[in-house]
Write a protein that binds this ligand. Structure first.
Ligand code: S3P
Length: 179
């Protein structure tokens, strides 16, 4: 579906592309509730994502992530949803997100991501190294998935979260007005 603003708006993109901070601003701007999937999973499981990866493995986390996404998308009121960077790895997630609304892809350069994640120890997939090269390699593998999932893509480099949220809200308004 096109990003008309109807249904749930799910922010997708690589770790450190600003989904959480932009989501907060966008929810405020649109007067919607915000659901951060990573936080919701942590609350439900009573543990951190890093611990979940360490003890039960990535597969178990992906199952929880899928469940939590389905539960959130089933809610009636239109939400802003911040997803984890790996949500697009399961094509069923992408299909569900688009069926229930639109996917907004926040893009960022590896250098920007590296800068934003510096000193962060909460991302298990980057715990063994967070060089620009490693980020670029992982990002390169996922780019086709983000690209094909996205109803709308927004560059975030050098922009503040409020500015990015306003850009998204503006784009949604333009699409809605053109209908
Ligand atoms: C992941 C991204 C994380 C979190 C988990 C796995 C990924 O979320 O879901 O560590 O596979 O890219 P953020 O994108 O919010 O960091």
């Amino acid at each position: 579906m096109s990003p008309s603003g109807a249904g749930h708006l799910t922010l997708i993109g690589f770790m450190g592309c600003g989904k959480t901070s932009v989501g907060r601003e966008l929810a405020r701007e649109l007067g919607r509730a915000l659901v951060d999937l990573d936080k919701a999973i942590e609350e439900k499981e009573g543990t951190t994502i890093a611990e979940m990866f360490r003890i039960k493995g990535e597969g178990a986390f992906r199952e929880r992530e899928r469940e939590c996404l389905k539960e959130t998308l089933a809610r009636e009121e239109p939400l802003v949803i911040c997803s984890g960077g790996g949500i697009v790895l399961d094509p069923r997630n992408v299909q569900d997100i688009k069926e229930k609304g639109a996917a907004v892809w926040l893009r960022a350069r590896p250098e920007t991501i590296r800068g934003r994640l510096a000193g962060d120890a909460t991302r298990p997939l980057l715990k063994d190294g967070m060089s620009v090269e490693r980020i670029a390699e992982m990002l390169g593998k996922r780019l086709p998935l983000y690209r094909s999932a996205a109803d709308l893509a927004v560059d975030t480099d050098g922009k503040a979260p409020a500015e990015i949220a306003a850009e998204i809200a503006g784009a949604l308004g333009r699409v809605a007005a053109a209908r």
